[in-house]
Design a protein around this ligand. Structure first.
Ligand code: ZN
Length: 417
């Protein structure tokens, strides 16, 4: 009789530690994409799956795929990324991949699943070396539209992106052919550490992610008049910094009033002339606003704009807005959110819905039209992208169990559909 190997979440934790030993140092994880350490981690990952009845391939964008053929060709994808930022944490990305390994192991032991299951390790999620995140997933999603610009990118040592990825067998011109990988995709599942403090503050191990925030980024420039700090009376000043200061305080109120996870950040203010003996003539503010609902995000932007005009009038200065970057909110699949909710309740007793502030590979896959959902596991102190990044081992184990339940439910759902 064939002994069925049960899920072993503790093994995932052991493997995460093994990977940390293998690819980290005193400063943290060093699995930066398109480096020898990254390649080492990818080969190590492949060895973990050796001996299982899986088909392995590396696509044109460098993504690694392992396929467990099922009765239906329609595929449930489980994805993550083994690359890290320099001096990164041990869990960001790697948890998803190794939890996926454990789930695939169990499924392979059971026999042919009713739907095909594919594990994907996305190439270069972090964009740490060339400043371009979500490389592999955006190629597979067909949304990589900046190849001309990528051709010109260089790392800190002057190595071009095409040369660096070429050393790992990836040609920029062919990367978009990775798109064929999503043709059979019926669902995409991704488990990730939260990288924020919400679940910890609620004392919950796990949460279901509703989608990724839409982002509005603007350069807001207030313009007044430079004037001598000694000879200009207070009531005669046109102080650009006064407008910026008022706006900084107001965006916090806007986010508070809006609620539902709304965040507004003034990430920087540059003042000119920027000397102690002059009233500020120009104040250039970097403003970042995020929300999960497109209409609400637009309303927050509107509020900030009219507040800035009011402050400009009060201070006798001018204000101008310039959009730097924006992205629509990406909402995950309602049916999969429900299955994820059931899975979290089953293993943790309580579930919670939350949006994701950071973008993830899941956002690209969802944008490509594949029904998608993510699970978050609690991050201690909300820290990530640092060696201090951590999650309780019991919570890591629960997260593997929840992903396993979710995979089972999704496979059944896809096979039935
Ligand atoms: Zn990540």
């Amino acid at each position: 009789m064939l002994a069925i190997v049960p899920l072993s979440p503790g093994r995932t934790v052991e493997e995460l530690k093994e990977l940390r030993e293998l690819t980290g140092d005193a400063n943290g994880a060093q699995r930066v994409a398109w480096t020898e350490t990254w390649e080492h981690a990818r080969n190590w990952l492949g060895a973990k799956l050796d001996g299982l009845p899986l088909e392995h391939e590396v696509d044109e964008a460098g993504n690694q795929w392992w396929t467990l053929r099922g009765a239906s060709e329609r595929a449930v994808l489980i994805g993550g990324h083994i690359d890290s930022v320099p001096n990164g944490g041990w869990l960001d990305g790697a948890l998803n991949v190794l939890a996926g390994v454990e789930v695939v192991r169990r499924l392979a032991e059971v026999g042919e699943p009713p739907a095909t299951v594919r594990l994907v390790n996305w190439a270069d999620e972090e964009g740490a070396r060339f400043g371009r995140s979500l490389f592999g997933s955006s190629a597979a999603a067909g949304s990589m539209a900046d190849q001309d610009e990528l051709r010109e990118r260089r790392d800190a040592d002057g190595v071009s992106l095409p040369d660096a990825i070429g050393a790992y067998g990836v040609e920029l011109d062919r990367a978009l052919q990775a798109r064929s990988q999503l043709e059979s995709a019926a669902a995409y599942l991704e488990l990730h550490i939260e990288q924020g403090p919400v679940l910890e503050s609620l004392e919950l191990p796990l949460g279901v992610v509703l989608g990724t925030f839409g982002v509005e980024r603007h350069l807001v420039t207030f313009t007044g008049q430079a004037a001598h700090a000694g000879s200009t009376p207070m009531d005669r000043r046109r102080d650009a910094l006064a407008g910026a200061a008022k706006l900084e305080l107001e965006i916090r109120e806007i986010a508070k009033r809006t609620g539902e996870g709304a965040v507004c950040t003034m990430g920087g203010v540059v003042t000119k002339p920027g000397i102690v003996t002059s009233v500020v003539e120009t104040a250039e503010c970097l403003l970042d606003q995020r929300h999960l609902d497109a209409g609400t995000l637009a309303a927050m932007l509107d509020e900030a704009q009219s507040a800035s005009e009011r402050f400009a009038e009060e201070e006798g200065i001018e204000v101008a807005w310039e959009r730097i970057w924006s992205i629509e909110p990406i909402l995950f699949d309602e049916g999969l959110i429900e299955l994820a909710d059931e899975s979290v309740q089953e293993v943790a007793g309580r579930s919670h819905h939350l949006p994701s502030g950071p973008l993830h590979d899941a956002a690209e896959v969802s944008r490509a039209g594949v029904p998608t959902v993510m699970l978050f596991v609690q991050s201690l102190r909300g820290l990530s992208h640092t060696k201090l990044e951590d999650t309780k081992e019991e919570h890591l184990e629960l997260s593997v169990q929840a992903l396993d339940r979710l995979a089972d439910k999704t496979i059944a759902h896809v096979a039935a559909g």
